[in-house]
Design a protein. Structure first.
Length: 351
C-alpha cells in the first residue's frame, strides 16, 4: 500500500484512540528528531514550518487531528495538543530589540559603503597600504614568518594565501586585493620581505619533524574518534558522557565571526530541519575535532535591504577579484613585462 494510504489508516486509528499518539509516533514516525519524543514538535509560531504543514496546524483547534498533510518532506498526521495565544508586546518591551536591529542594519549598510571605498583605494594605491590606513583611520600591522602552509589565523584563508604568494605581490611589492576572510572582515596585505624556501640540516629540523609527526598522528586519531562519535549521534545513539556547551542562537554571519570554529560552520548550517536535534562535526586546522548539536533552526530573512546590499557587495567583490586574477594570469602568459624604474610605479603623480 502507498505511504499516503498508511498515513490515512494511522489517522483513523488515532482519531479513535487519541491517547495513543505518542506511542504510535515512536513506532511509525520516520522523523528521528521527533519520533523519540512521541512526535512532539513543541510550540512554534507562524512562519516557522513549511507552508502546507503550517496551514493545516493553524486551522485546528486544541485536540483536533489533520492529515495526511503532504509536504516536500512526506506525509504528516498532525494533532494539536495545546495552543498559546500570541502576545502583543508593548513599545517599551520591543524598544531594545528594535534599537539593536536598526543599529545592525545601519552598520551593515555603512560597512558595504566603506568596503567598496576600501577595495577601490587598495587597488588604486597599490604601492602602499598607508593611504588606505590614513583614510579609514586604521593601523598597518606587521606579521612575520607567514608561510604557504599556514594553518591558523587569517593567513590560512585560501584566497588570501593565493594573493599573498602571487608573483605580483612578492616580486613587484604590490598590495593584495581587498579580500573578505570572514563576513564583515576585509583584509589587504603586502609583502615587504620574502625568503625563498630552503633545505635545513636534519639535526636542525629533527625536533620539529618529530613534533609535527606527533601532531599529525594526534589529529588523525582525533578525526577518527570524532567521525565515529558523529555517526553514533546521527544514528540516534546519544552519549551521556558528552558535555555540551550552552545553547546559542547564531546567524551564519555570527557563526563565522567567532561563534563557532570556522571548519564546522558549513556542516552545522546544513543540518536537516526535519531531523532535530541534528549533529555536525569537522576537523579543525589545529588538529582537533568539533561536534555541534543543532536543536532549533529559524529561517533566514530576505526582506532586509541592508542585508541584501551587503550580500550583493560581497558577491560583486568576489566576482571582481576572480575576474581580475584571470585577466592578470592571461596577460602574464601573453606578454613579457619589464619594469625599468619601480619608483615610477611606487610614487603617486605630483600635481
Amino acid at each position: 500500500q502507498s505511504i499516503k494510504q498508511h498515513a490515512q489508516q494511522l489517522l483513523v486509528r488515532l482519531q479513535a484512540h487519541p491517547e495513543q499518539f505518542a506511542a504510535v509516533a515512536k513506532v511509525e514516525s520516520q522523523d528521528p528528531g521527533s519520533a523519540s519524543q512521541g512526535g512532539d514538535l513543541g510550540f512554534f509560531a507562524r512562519g516557522t514550518m513549511t507552508p502546507p504543514f503550517e496551514k493545516a496546524v493553524f486551522a485546528l483547534n486544541k485536540g483536533e487531528f489533520s492529515g495526511p498533510v503532504e509536504t516536500d518532506f512526506g506525509y504528516h498526521v498532525i494533532q494539536v495538543t495545546d495552543i498559546h495565544e500570541a502576545k502583543h508586546l508593548s513599545l517599551e518591551e520591543v524598544t531594545p530589540q528594535l534599537t539593536a536591529e536598526i543599529r545592525r542594519q545601519k552598520a551593515s549598510q555603512k560597512f558595504s559603503e566603506e568596503a567598496d571605498a576600501f577595495t577601490t583605494l587598495v587597488y588604486e594605491q597599490s604601492g602602499s597600504l598607508q593611504p588606505t590606513a590614513d583614510k579609514f583611520h586604521l593601523t598597518v600591522q606587521t606579521a612575520s614568518g607567514i608561510s604557504k602552509d599556514q594553518k591558523t589565523g587569517i593567513w590560512s584563508n585560501p584566497k588570501l594565501q593565493q594573493a599573498l604568494f602571487s608573483s605580483a605581490v612578492i616580486r613587484d611589492h604590490r598590495n593584495t586585493p581587498a579580500i573578505e576572510v570572514a563576513p564583515g572582515l576585509l583584509v589587504a596585505a603586502r609583502v615587504t620581505q620574502d625568503q625563498a624556501a630552503m633545505l635545513k640540516p636534519l639535526e636542525q629540523v629533527a625536533p620539529s619533524i618529530e613534533q609535527r609527526l606527533e601532531e599529525q598522528q594526534a589529529a588523525v586519531l582525533a578525526r577518527q574518534a570524532g567521525e565515529e562519535k558523529l555517526k553514533e549521534l546521527q544514528a540516534g545513539r546519544t552519549d551521556p558522557a558528552l558535555t555540551w556547551s550552552g545553547e546559542r542562537l547564531l546567524t551564519r554571519q555570527q557563526a563565522y565571526a567567532g561563534g563557532l570554529p570556522s571548519a564546522v560552520v558549513t556542516p552545522a548550517f546544513r543540518v536537516d530541519e526535519r531531523h532535530l536535534p541534528g549533529y555536525a562535526g569537522a576537523s579543525t586546522p589545529e588538529g582537533g575535532f568539533v561536534l555541534v548539536r543543532v536543536t532549533q533552526i529559524q529561517p533566514g530573512r530576505t526582506d532586509e535591504s541592508a542585508t541584501r546590499k551587503e550580500a550583493e557587495t560581497g558577491l560583486t567583490r568576489a566576482y571582481g577579484d576572480g575576474a581580475m586574477e584571470e585577466f592578470m594570469a592571461a596577460l602574464r602568459k601573453k606578454a613579457t613585462i619589464q619594469v625599468v624604474d619601480k619608483s615610477v610605479l611606487e610614487e603617486s603623480p605630483q600635481h
